[in-house]
Design a protein around this ligand. Structure first.
Ligand code: SP5
Ligand code: ZN
Length: 347
């Protein structure tokens, strides 16, 4: 398997996130990816490759140009407010909820940050844009690698920050550019008529769902913690089935906190059946391993050995596939769990 890894992922290193009124250390750290790289190297899984330059035009077909321009210039604008800001991360603090206008972009910096975000647990830092765009390039390159005739059948975008919470024009949930959505769009543009995205991160892939909600060419499936109690709370319910041309092309499989591998597998099988019925030509797997029993912010009970079986189940679809790296915060075990999925997948 070709694994496009982000050599500048560590430029995105948030210091603190807001949690219950306090600033606490970020869960989404550079060490996460280093553990995965170490595990893959040790176990000789995959060929590690650096990505080419990011295709900004493709990024602007998934994300709005206004949002991309905001992300690209946010740090410069922040430091221009006060040179002392260079040592402080950007955290959102004000949002336009129901009844506010979304069709204008205020000039006030905090207001612009709020327009393009949805939570205060997601710092935007000096190197966020660079890390996120090189990560996007990993996702696009992985998609193009598996669509080249005679190319490999599976590839991975091994990157951070993750992507599945980022929508067409907003960041949040540690995500800025939606790598899974970019891979799916790249697969479509390389000739796959129908693409399925299967999101197995603990948290609902709200950004991915919203990007494709009115499209019938990309099926989005997510198995996740019930949003009644679990982040991101405001999307991810079973009755969200897509709209317009996308009617029927979204499937949410929410599970109660505390769910173990047997019940999780039943839900995954439902997702796999939906992907078979959709007759997808290619697959994107948004791979979060925050379903792990040791995850500090999540509440499913998967064990490290279970991820071998997850890989086998994903491979059973027999589709060309791109993996993207999403969540997983039990830092020292993230590498073992990701490597187990890939080992199980390769058979
Ligand atoms: C990609 C991804 O997995 N994003 C997850 C974003 C979750 N953000 C909310 C985190 C709340 C942290 N709560 C800490 C409680 C443990 N003391
Ligand atoms: Zn997650």
């Amino acid at each position: 398997m070709q694994i496009f890894h982000n050599p500048v992922h560590d430029k995105h290193a948030g210091r603190q996130e807001m949690f219950r009124g306090k600033l606490v250390p970020c869960h989404e750290t550079p060490a996460r990816l280093e553990y995965v790289l170490d595990a893959l190297r040790q176990r000789r899984i995959g060929d590690l490759l650096a990505p080419s330059a990011a295709d900004l035009d493709l990024i602007k077909r998934v994300h709005t140009p206004r949002y991309v321009d905001f992300l690209a210039s946010a740090w410069r604008d922040w430091v221009a407010l006060d040179p002392a800001n260079a040592d402080i991360d950007i955290l959102p603090s004000v949002w336009p909820v129901r009844g506010f206008r979304h069709d204008i972009e205020p000039t006030n910096f905090a207001a612009r940050v709020g327009l393009f975000s949805f939570d205060s647990g997601c710092p935007l830092t000096a190197g966020t844009w660079e890390a996120a765009t090189v990560g996007a390039a990993c996702a696009i390159d992985a998609a193009r690698a598996i669509t080249t005739s005679g190319g490999p059948r599976a590839a991975m975008a091994l990157t951070r920050p993750p992507g599945h919470h980022a929508g067409a024009d907003f960041f949040g949930g540690y995500c800025f550019l939606n790598n899974a959505a970019l891979a799916a769009q790249a697969l479509r543009e390389a000739g796959a008529a129908r693409v399925a995205i299967l999101d197995v991160d603990y948290h609902h892939g709200n950004g991915t769902q919203s990007i494709f909600y009115e499209r019938g060419d990309v099926l989005t499936v997510s198995v996740h913690g019930d949003p009644t109690t679990e982040y991101p709370f405001f999307l991810g319910y079973a009755d969200e089935r897509g709209q317009g041309a996308g009617e029927g092309a979204n499937l949410n499989l929410p599970l109660a906190a505390g769910t173990g591998f047997a019940a999780w597998t039943d839900a995954l099988e439902q997702g796999l059946a939906a992907i078979r019925a959709f007759k997808a030509d290619a697959l994107v797997i948004a791979l979060g391993v925050d379903t792990y029993e040791g995850d500090p912010i999540s509440k499913f009970k998967l064990k490290s050995a279970d991820y071998l079986q997850v890989g086998r189940l994903l491979a059973s679809l027999g589709l060309p596939a791109v993996f993207t790296m999403e969540g997983g915060y039990a830092v020292a075990d993230v590498g073992i769990n990701v490597a187990n999925v890939l080992e199980g997948y390769a058979g």
